[in-house]
Design a protein around this ligand. Sequence first.
Ligand code: TXA
Ligand code: MG
Length: 340
Amino acid sequence: MITVKLKTDRENYDNTVSSAAEILKNGGTVAIPTETVYGLAASACDKEAIKKVFDAKGRPQDNPLIVHISNMEMLERVACDIPDAAIRCAEKFWPGPLTMILKRTDYTDSSVSAGLDTVAVRMPDHKTALDIIEKANLPLAAPSANTSGSPSPTTAFHVEADLDGKTDAIVYDRECAVGVESTVISFCCNPPRILRPGAVTRGQLKEIIPDITIDKSVLSKPDDNEKVASPGIKYKHYAPKTESYLVEGDSKAFTEFVNKQRNSIAVCFSEESDSISTHKLIYGRESDELTLAHEVFAVLRKVDELGADKVYIHAPSKKGVGLAVYNRLIRAAAFKVIKL
Ligand code: TXA
Ligand code: MG
């Protein structure tokens, strides 16, 4: 398959939106930018198109997809029995990096939800994505546009590295502003529960849902036989090929530890970088979790290019958006944590 490259500079923008919408309406797949990560989109109502998404990513069939919408009328098409708290969350956080699990209608194809009676819905805060959804007038199922298991793509070039020749088109837009995937919360349990942390934090959600809980899989490894609330949780995720460890401890301890290692890479904060004498990649400022979220996946992709035996990643704090970064990194490290 030849993958069409669609540009979003001013000259090409309208044509790109129309072409992407046309491909999607005709049952094709298009990688689109969002504010979190790039997504591989297909019509959420088209079984064949959804199958193409699963195939292109090599995604297990039992891992459901998020449906992307551009207005509240589309929400009514795809979900029903929507609780008041969910409407209030939509009013406060949409468009934005929040996905809500709700009871599904029969509007979307059941393969989108991997046979569950729920649907994950989000309205992305990205003009190009919203314009494409609006033009196609279709809710779009879109998982992150990476090969299943590898770090999520925050640039169109990451998408190209994984999916060139496997999707009908890629929209080349700017790098994603947030850098980690949306917060996923389920309204199909009482009280509602955070299944995946993201840029909308627990603190922000508590203002609307004071008794909101966090699923235990966010920070710990699910048992092999356990029935998980979000099927995606049980798969290996975001992992570089290099053997990865998450290292907890202060900058002094981390620096001393990595400086003693051989043929390894340190993924560190900019504040401590000068004290590190081994190969290193900086993923942002310790004092600003947003910078860590923005770079974490790009850095995980770079790790493999350096060809070391092992990578030691300095764990961020679990505060605010830091929790989302920690959650991705502990999976990238396959739950191998070194406590100094
Ligand atoms: O920011 C994002 O959410 C990005 C962009 C493209 O929008 N998308 C994304 O999709 O991260 P994906 O497929 O990589 O992650 C979707 C997560 C998975 O963990 C999946 O198991 C969960 O959402 N999920 C989807 N539908 C669900 C459902 N009905 N019930 C429980 N979990 C669900
Ligand atoms: Mg993903």
